[in-house]
Design a protein around this ligand. Structure first.
Ligand SMILES: Nc1ncnc2c1ncn2[C@@H]1O[C@H](COP(=O)(O)OP(=O)(O)O)[C@@H](O)[C@H]1O
Ligand SMILES: [Mg+2]
Length: 393
């Protein structure tokens, strides 16, 4: 598709298409070069698998983010083509729309609206982390908005789209902290009537559903799994994979199980919240996240169920029996904090994003070892009070 684009020297056009709430157009390389001060390092917002992202300002005063392809090879060109093609089909308040693009003989650039609050990653673990700007209500808004963006992809656009790279750096935040899901370079269009496909594995370590990481089996449920990891991250402030002092790595799911098994449920909440949260909502959202990151794909909720559940929770304060009760995460190993072992699978020769952007440590992300361990570690503690799980799905 890339080669069929006309050159970026063409006249500006206003196609009236594209994502977000505005139109897109083609940019010239010269325009983007000028807007970003010659792609100056000071303008760099971050770096990912595709290339670098620069802040810029156009002559008409519009603030933009310009993603510049790192290398001109077949793989990168395909990602570029998929991203532009997919973006041009989308229009939703929680998806980062296309502002424009530029295709030259040896450049490929994508232009988006600049998101002043950068990515969720930058608030949880990066640039903005120390400012603790994400209060409880904002977190709930981010949880719901990003799920709504994914719901649009899974059920509302035709053909349906699986994103395949849902992660904190791909949830951008506008000036109001409304989340916008970004980065469609790995997106997969699903022909009608197809429930899953087998593909080469792409995505980011730490967020990959086991069936996808191991066997390349991709379905909407893979996005639900990645979303579940994102939700755990948003609630706890922990990274999807942490490196322990002895050098071993531990997934966020393992940490959640360990903490619950120690009966320290309140320790799950991000310390940056300083206890300023709705504990009942927190509990329910944790259950929901745990449902999403189950090893068995068919037991995960659909993203529609996730959205309904979060909406119910937020609209119906005081009535919290919205989420089925499943406490520790089935199939996730819960070795102790001090265990200095690392038996994580590292699938070879597959295409993974290292994370990059504002967090160097995200290169340490790995894949769940969930497959080998099939056991439920502990019952949900509140079952002791004869509280029955609601029949939600
Ligand atoms: N539209 C945007 N507005 C503001 N910051 C952005 C925008 N797009 C991307 N970024 C920043 O650039 C970083 C790199 O983005 P990207 O190339 O997609 O890599 P990754 O998502 O793997 O980090 C992101 O983490 C984000 O902080
Ligand atoms: Mg990204």
């Amino acid at each position: 598709m890339g080669s069929s684009f006309s050159c970026c020297d063409s006249e500006k056009v206003d196609q009236g298409l594209g994502g977000g709430n505005s139109s897109w157009r083609m940019y010239t390389y010269k325009e983007l070069h000028a807007a970003t001060n010659g792609f100056h390092d000071d303008n760099k917002l971050g770096e990912g698998g595709f290339g670098s992202v620069y802040w810029g300002k156009t002559t008409d005063g519009l603030q933009i983010a310009v993603k510049k392809l790192k290398a001109m090879n077949y793989k990168a060109e395909m990602e570029f083509a998929v991203e532009v093609e997919v973006l041009a089909r989308l229009r939703h308040k929680n998806l980062l729309g296309l502002r424009g693009y530029c295709v030259g003989t040896d450049q490929r650039l994508i232009v988006y609206d600049y998101m002043p609050n950068l990515s969720l990653l930058s608030h949880l673990h990066g640039h903005f982390a120390s400012e603790a700007l994400l209060d409880w209500k904002t977190r709930m808004k981010i949880a719901l908005g990003s799920a709504e963006g994914i719901l649009y992809l899974h059920q509302e656009v035709s053909p349906h789209i699986i994103h395949r790279d849902i992660k904190a750096s791909n949830v951008l935040l506008d000036s109001d902290f409304e989340p916008l899901v970004a980065d469609f370079g790995f997106a997969k269009l699903i022909p009608e009537g197809v429930s899953h496909m087998t593909t080469r594995v792409k995505g980011t370590l730490g967020y990959l559903a086991p069936e996808y990481a191991m066997w390349g089996k991709v379905s909407e449920s893979c996005d639900v799994f990645s979303y579940g990891i994102l939700l755990l991250e948003l609630m706890t402030g922990r990274k999807p994979i942490e490196r322990l002092p002895g050098g071993a790595k531990r997934t966020i799911s393992e940490w959640v199980n360990i903490t619950i098994n120690k009966d320290r449920f309140k320790d799950l909440a991000d310390r940056k919240l300083k206890g300023q949260l709705n504990w009942k909502e927190f509990e329910q959202v944790m259950h929901l996240a745990i449902m999403c990151v189950q090893t068995e794909a068919e037991k995960r909720p659909t993203i529609k169920q996730v959205v309904d559940c979060l909406k119910g929770l937020m609209a119906d304060a005081g009535n919290y029996n919205k989420v089925p009760l499943l406490m520790t995460i089935p199939s996730v190993r819960s070795y102790d904090n001090n265990t200095n072992e690392d038996r994580r699978h590292q699938p070879a020769s597959k295409e993974f994003h290292g994370g990059g952007g504002d967090d160097q440590e995200s290169f340490d992300y790995g894949v769940f070892s969930a497959i080998e361990e099939q056991r439920i570690i502990r019952e949900y503690p509140y079952n002791n009070n004869n509280k029955q799980p609601p029949n939600f799905w």
